[in-house]
Design a binder for this molecule. Structure first.
Ligand SMILES: Nc1ncnc2c1ncn2[C@@H]1O[C@H](COP(=O)(O)OP(=O)(O)OP(=O)(O)O)[C@@H](O)[C@H]1O
Ligand SMILES: [Mg+2]
Length: 319
């Protein structure tokens, strides 16, 4: 399947700072793509280049079916990270204004505004001043504005980062509905939000793509069986036992690595059933006083932390 948007070796330098370095990105039609990364990773810079607001210092961007010399901005709807509105306008007036800027007649713009207000759940607030909208309402209005010209690709820069839990939930619910109709690229530094709604993930660190793939691919490729043990405090035998396991003088069958994290002994291996069996057997045989045992898999959160944590581990993870 050909990509809706393809960016090749995209770079951006501000004076002496390289914000984005040789970034390759492919957005497939119909997908919801999360652009993840910590503050300063280069998400906004990437997005501003994709939307045509910032000319790349290197690389190229292609939109599916674009004709030579065509302005691809007509295919893209964009919600900036910090949008600003005329607070004295009503939501309806603002959308009519946006529609007219896109070339719609007054009547068409009014019809489109009503449709969009309905679509983002703001019909009841249509006549209220935008200055009095809550954060979540403003973001939903911003999404409506980005949809005015029926774009093929909707790009949202941190659509939920500044919102309280209720605003967050509302905007994520709207995005979940919209992703059935449009291709979406959105940035966030919260993995949980990304995992909740996206199909594909691109993790950026220091201006580069550290990891990219579908959510399923990343889960399958990076998740590892893990067992976490906590012991009764001040039990000498348990403390000695955990030290022995940590030092490797006591081996757990199937345990590939052992670390101590926040006072818990963390054992990673290849096969969860085997790991659990051998851990339980050893605990019983050595009569260790365990207060808590947790068995499961490393999460995408662990992967994200690994990818953005340090330059060294990032290089290791670049496919
Ligand atoms: N106009 C500019 N002039 C100079 N440096 C810039 C400019 N815009 C961004 N930068 C730098 O480029 C780097 C990437 O910034 P960018 O805003 O793209 O990151 P981000 O991933 O969007 O971060 P955040 O999560 O904080 O929004 C940062 O080091 C930033 O200081
Ligand atoms: Mg940003």
């Amino acid at each position: 399947m050909s990509a809706l948007l393809q960016a090749n070796a995209l770079s951006q330098t501000f004076g002496g700072t390289t914000a984005v370095k040789h970034l390759n990105l492919s957005i497939r039609e119909g997908r919801c793509v999360a652009l993840l990364g910590p503050n300063g990773a280069g998400k906004t810079t990437t997005i501003r280049m994709l939307t045509g607001l910032l000319r790349p210092t290197g690389g190229s961007i292609h939109f599916q079916g674009e004709k030579a010399g065509e302005d691809i901005r007509r295919y893209i709807g964009y919600l900036p990270q910090t949008p600003s509105y005329y607070g004295w306008m009503s939501g309806e007036e603002l959308l009519i204004y946006a529609g007219q800027l896109c070339g719609l007649s007054g009547r068409m713009a009014k019809t489109r505004a009503a449709e969009l207000l309905q679509r983002v759940g703001l019909s009841d607030a249509a006549r209220r001043r935008v200055g009095g909208y809550s954060g979540g309402m403003k973001q939903r209005l911003g999404i409506a504005q980005a949809l005015v010209h029926s774009p093929k690709l909707l790009i949202l820069d941190e659509p939920v980062s500044a919102l309280d839990p209720i605003g967050r939930r509302d905007v994520l619910a709207l995005m979940t509905e919209l992703k059935e109709e449009t291709t979406i690229l959105f940035s966030t530094h919260v993995l949980h939000d990304a995992e909740a709604i996206c199909d594909d993930v691109v993790i950026m660190a220091a201006g580069r793509v550290a990891i990219a793939g579908t959510v399923e691919e990343l889960r399958a490729a990076y998740r590892q069986p893990i067992i976490e043990l906590r012991f009764e405090e001040e039990d000498d035998r348990s403390i000695r036992w955990s030290h022995d396991v940590l030092a490797g003088s006591k081996m757990i069958a199937g345990g590939a690595s052992v670390t101590m994290q926040d006072g818990a002994l963390v054992i990673q291996g290849e096969d969860l059933d085997q790991l659990r069996r051998s851990v339980m057997q050893m605990i019983a045989e050595d009569d260790v006083k365990v207060s808590q045992i947790k068995a499961g898999y490393t999460s995408l959160e662990d992967l994200f932390m690994k990818a953005v944590g340090s330059g060294g581990s990032m290089d290791r993870l670049i496919p």
